[in-house]
Design a protein around this ligand. Sequence first.
Ligand SMILES: *Cc1c(COP(=O)(O)O)cnc(C)c1O
Length: 341
Amino acid sequence: MIIDLRSDTVTRPTPGMMQAIMNAEVGDDVYKEDPTTNKLEQKLTDMFGMDSALFFPSGSMANQAAIKMHTQPGEQLIADKWAHVFNYEGGGVSFNSGVSCKLIDGNRGMVTAAQVEENINPPDFYHSPLTSLVCLENTTNKGGGACYDFSEIEKIRQVCDKHELGFHLDGARIWNALEAQKQNPRDYGKVFDTISVCLSKGLGTPMGSVLLGKNEIMKKAMRVRKVLGGGMRQIGFMTAAGIYALDNHRNRLAEDHKKASEISEMLAKQSYVKKVESTETNIVIFYLAEAISEEKFMNDLLQKSVKISSMGQGKLRIVTHFDYTDAMHEKLLQMLSDYNK
Ligand SMILES: *Cc1c(COP(=O)(O)O)cnc(C)c1O
């Protein structure tokens, strides 16, 4: 039994999901004739109260498309220094859109409205890049699944309005934030111009993200997706998994959060652990005491069939998900408690 806690993307489709995939009604999505994909896009449009939605093969492609739709080459976007769009999308911001990033030294991957405002280049000062977009992430990945305070998001919206900036949410982990904070997706639909949501992280589909947005900007989405190589045919087989996941897997995220918080509490009690970040959702980030190297710790766990990941700068990461069973959880808690004794 391998306990894989490197990411919540390691899940495999459940029998119910496989059935939904097998039974999917499909057509050619390049002609917008895939009924299942149209249904998923409509479902998410309604859920978030936005105008339009488009399926993408990955979260990175959905974010990259959004950035391209919001910007012109030479312009600049504002994001936290830990943002996925800057750190983990292969330099796509500059490659795909010719845009630079102004990075904010935020708190656990989150920025404040004041920080955003301070980092906007004056639009009439033609020496500096024109600021045109703000990208937030909720929950934050590198920030350890931290959730924004919604009132701060609303304040950032006001700053974007005042300075005529686009406002994009990298919501790859939005389901976890909605669950942890008991929020309504429609509140997000009201404040953001575009939102990417992921179906393969906490929800467990084999692939896929959806970009949601207002009509005005989403008019460009089909062409940009095509340019990025993302025009697809009978993707109803994948979007059926998405519909199934929204209907059947969203309501169990609380369980992932509970397990993560129990792991977090267990780690906090151990002398070999220096610090555990506060755990709000399904990601636990912790640092080891000086006496133990990350490499040794990870190797010792691996010997016991447990996989976790390192995020650099001394950060170790554990992510819970629906393939992480109660039996695995008990075994892991025991192992963490016995380690080094
Ligand atoms: C995973 C993730 C993405 C991108 O997802 P891929 O599907 O792997 O491209 C984007 N943003 C955040 C915050 C993520 O956690």
